[in-house]
Design a protein. Sequence first.
Length: 427
Amino acid sequence: MTTTPEAGSDAVSGEGAARGDGEGARELLPSVSRATAQRSLADPCVTHPLTPVRIGGCPTTSLEGTPAPLDVAYAYEDVPAAELFGQAAAHGLDRWAPLLPPLAAPGLGEGNTPLVPLADGVWIKDESRNPTWSHKDRLNRVAVSAAVLAGAPGVVVSSSGNHGASAAAYAARAGLRCAVFASPEAPPAMASLLRAHGATVLTVTPRETVWPLVRRVADELGYHPVGNFTEAAHTGHPFGPEGYKTIAYELFLDLGEVPADVYLPTGYGELLFGVWKGFQELVLLGLADRVPRVHSCEPASGAPLATALRTRRPAVRVAVGPTDAYGIDCAVNSYRGVVAVRESGGTAHALTDAELTAARDELAADGMWFELSSAAGLAAHRAGVGSATGPVVCVATSSGFKDTATGRRAAYPAMPADWEAVRALLA
């Protein structure tokens, strides 16, 4: 970790979009949130005011030359823990407002997703039941709230998948514009969602030219980035992963205990961090006595988080090979994911498409249809590494409607009303 002087223009620090200076800015809205500050993950003693939200990471601490990611600090002594956790979970993140940044944007009933048991006792946390059919709704409820607090006219994100679709929905709900830098090869369901919610879709290629444009949309047009803002490593939105903590709260309530292991599909690793932090908070609040092992589950075609953990580095960039798990085929990892796996004693898994397909098909045969990336948690658990000493949870992140393969499948051909043909198919 390196500490540097407080410096940097808005264009460098990424504050121009999040600050909300000028006539469009709003005062920090009154809230039951107990959030107090942004803090550096490289050095938690280094803190910054809760606003403006620093999308570009910590301006005073770095990890191998990259700004350290920030997370949110809370006045835990003021959190009404017994009241919060003394009742059944409910839809919407508002119930968890004391443990989240201020929720200034209206919600869509996100969260409180089902926990479904498999025959062998493994539990599937079905995040496809969120409003836009993915876990990203938890993140965007919080991240779009930051845009509202900043008085931003809109939000901007680079995504060809769940994040963009979710951002478009929550921006529309909040009355904000939404710009999504997406791939021309985005799955049909994603394109339909973006179109339905009125997002401006920019299919800029090649990929490496996108990040400077995202920054300019933020700095020059005032749009608030709700995703990553840096190219060399994933720094991410400080508020966004806080929404993922609610998965941990729900698991604790539904199981009545802390699971032994949680397996999570892993792109940049922000979901890992949010779930880990949520369980850590349960310990801080005196409700639990331990944190589960949190396992990262990536495609073997790249697996930057597994590489970072193996080489003991905060973040790495890797070449990404072909994979159908487009939702998590990242070239870089976030330091947040490193912290979650390392601090929880978890493991990193690199999975082949064959392993992912087998897990997806197993879930489909049990009545649950997920996109290929979403099956990574179960695929890693089925790899048989380690032995559980309590409940095992595999988080499945998104509906099969959103998969690339879904759009490529041809319709069933017509067949004649012939009984022998029907019987032959059903025999």
